[in-house]
Design a protein around this ligand. Structure first.
Ligand code: ZN
Length: 162
């Protein structure tokens, strides 16, 4: 297969803009083009699927439904935690992000979805769960991954390794 279109196993460099509910949430205007390794779940599945076959220089508007983006909002993904489990001096605010560690030692992000003197309701949904995502993307470059990138399943940008 010729390697001049977006396909699994190529590193794609794209300019993008993400809009949710009419608000631009993220864009390559700030950070420069985003690089991802196609076929390795580096970006939301609905966007990747829509980009397969795009040529360098081509742009596209893509609407991604929640199930192909950050998932549906899960009504079960809430937990009430006693206020006493948080430090007294901690200022709890609606919408604030917290990092919690579960019994298996996994770190998870949660958001405060309400609180009173006795308990704090934590929301473990991704902040964009349930959201329809509007992407405008443009492919600016394509290249073969290095052996190491392929091995890791993600792109190593210059001066940056993980
Ligand atoms: Zn790596």
């Amino acid at each position: 297969m010729s390697k001049d279109t977006v396909q699994k196993g190529l590193v794609v460099s794209m300019e993008y803009k993400l809009t949710v509910d009419g608000e631009v949430l993220d864009s390559s205007d700030d950070a420069g083009p985003l690089l991802f390794l196609a076929g390795h779940e580096n970006i939301v599945p609905g966007l990747e699927r829509a980009m397969v076959g795009m040529k360098i220089g081509e742009s596209r508007d893509v609407v991604v439904a929640p199930k192909d983006g950050y998932g549906e909002l899960d009504d079960e993904a809430f937990m009430d935690v006693p206020r006493s489990e948080f430090p007294d001096e901690m200022q709890i605010e609606d919408g604030m992000e917290l990092h919690v560690t579960d019994e298996d030692g996994n770190h998870q992000a949660a958001y405060v979805a309400g609180f009173d003197d006795k308990s704090v309701r934590l929301d473990f949904n991704h902040p964009l769960a349930g959201a329809e995502l509007y992407f405008n993307v443009k492919v600016v470059a394509l290249r073969e991954p290095t052996a190491e990138e392929l091995d890791h399943g993600h792109v190593h940008e210059e001066g940056h390794h993980h």
